[in-house]
Design a protein around this ligand. Sequence first.
Ligand code: AP5
Length: 255
Amino acid sequence: MNTRRERVAWFCGGETLCEPIVHSAKAYRLVLLGPPGVGKGTQAELLCESLGTCHLSTGDIFRAAQCERKPSPALKQALAAMRRGELVSDDVVVAIVRERAGCLRCRGGFLLDGFPRTCAQAEALDILLAEQGVTLDAVLCYELPLEEIISRLGGRRTCQDCKAVYHTMTRPPQNKGVCDHCGGKLMQRDDDLHDSIRTRMRAYAERTRPLTDYYARSGHLVTVSASGTPQEILTRSLCSLKERLPKASTNSKSA
Ligand code: AP5
């Protein structure tokens, strides 16, 4: 079964919701946390296949907007910040997610990747969830030593069309430079260059890391080691979820 989603509502905003491919007994509502390059996007793809959730990535929205012919002034500022490796301002990010808040009601559940990234964004998410009448199940926080993260970022290649993620050594495509899923061209991201990586790591330590305390206090935090193969990390993530939500069936193909 093809479980890759077009995520039209997430990319375009507005009220039109996608038709979810529901194949799990429970609609999971999850947040992924962790430093840049730890493997959140990779796990998001695998978790979505296992749980039937929809992958909602704020980074993907910004990267898709790079192709717009006339980006708004706010979006231009956001794209410049992103290229430098800095965080986009809370006001802009929260406004963008608010325009897409209907995705939080998706019947298949959701997996937020890259949002929230600051305590102000986490508070805004709490309000959006309450407005949409849904609650969060868990926040999966991935951890990995810095040198492994740097090596993952250096070899990353991303499909310019469907955004699938590869690695030159650990997850190469079947044909060099070409996406296995859609045949699109694989590119290196602007913010995977050395200076931007340093800035992103600093932004994570100063502004995103405190979110682990925020979600530990609310009882949502589940810490997962991101060492090993993507499949091993997926199995670890699903086991952690089962422990946390024992009554829910993850309906997993891999755990
Ligand atoms: P975003 O797109 O969210 O990027 P990020 O958080 O920096 O995370 P990455 O996408 O870099 O890494 P990842 O953890 O998803 O790793 P991946 O799976 O690709 O945000 C980009 C920018 O947008 C931000 O810097 C900011 O400017 C802006 N932005 C977005 N949201 C924002 C917000 N809410 N507020 C403010 N600003 C915001 O894996 C990395 C590589 O490792 C890949 O090549 C992969 O194949 C490989 N890999 C993965 N798993 C494994 C494994 N187990 N073993 C070996 N290799 C692996």
